[in-house]
Design a protein around this ligand. Structure first.
Ligand code: ATP
Length: 235
């Protein structure tokens, strides 16, 4: 498999507070990879570091190109789209305008066609295209946040705790959609506290503890690991 993202000795934090203490992980083209971890382990910080949103050292290599040192807009242009925790849609803008914002880095003439494609994939967004994002339900907003990120035509989609604050039935539906996206060729890196669901659709996983990788392996191996079952699956 082709290596898409290769992260080496990644260190990041906020001013004097170092959160990531030199972590290594990778994502191959076509994979779904999950990073599990408790509150405060550094999951969000990892995605922010990849996206060029915070001061970072080490290496974040995307298909041979170095992302460390690039700003957030460059990272999107280079092929990484980010669905932040709490969705990050623009509540005052309509659904359709949110999708247009997602394409702001593109200069090709297939933006309208892509919008149609995501409206077909997520019909509820088409039904609500003239409504403001803020008027959507939590699950619909998450769908919009994902579709908006996909409008950038990313090589890699980063999802930050997509299950947060959503009812279990909505979350199951969302994760099924993520699995479908991956089947259709989008590579996914998901950080999640809901280990069972995330490992259920992932190829491989990493466990982040206090800013260090404490375990890694194929998803089914992690699902059957006693210490992971105790710590993250409530078994
Ligand atoms: P959560 O599930 O709570 O989001 P997480 O694994 O995503 O957890 P991070 O959000 O990456 O964890 O936070 C890691 C550590 O960094 C925590 O101790 C947190 O308090 C600290 N932190 C996060 N954001 C900031 C910030 N803007 N300034 C200072 N410290 C921060």
């Amino acid at each position: 498999m082709t290596r898409l993202l290769d992260v080496k000795d990644l260190k990041a934090g906020y001013g004097p507070v170092q959160v990531l203490h030199g972590i290594d992980f990778h994502v191959d083209d076509g994979e779904t990879v999950v990073i599990l971890g408790a509150n405060g382990a550094g999951k969000t910080t990892t995605l922010r570091a990849i996206c060029g949103m915070i001061d970072t050292s080490g290496s974040v290599n995307l298909e041979g190109g170095e992302l460390v040192g690039s700003d957030a807009a460059d990272v999107v242009r280079l092929g990484v789209a980010h669905v932040p925790q709490g969705r990050g849609t623009f509540p005052e803008l309509t659904v359709e305008d949110n999708l247009d914002v997602g394409a702001y880095t593109r200069k090709d003439n297939e933006v309208a066609a892509d919008k149609e494609k995501w409206f077909e994939t997520y019909p509820v967004l088409y039904e609500r295209r003239t409504q403001t994002a803020g008027s959507l339900s939590g699950g619909e907003q998450q769908m919009l946040a994902v579709a908006r990120a996909l409008m950038a035509r990313p090589r890699l989609l980063l999802l930050d705790e997509p299950s947060l604050g959503l009812a279990p039935i909505i979350v199951s539906d969302l994760f099924e959609r993520f699995a479908n996206l991956n089947d259709d060729g989008t590579t996914l890196l998901i950080v999640e506290q809901n280990a069972r669901l995330a490992l259920g659709i992932a190829d491989r996983g990493y466990v982040l503890e206090s800013g260090e990788i404490s375990a890694q392996g194929p998803a089914d191996q992690l699902l059957n690991d006693d210490s992971i079952r105790k710590a993250y699956l409530g078994v």
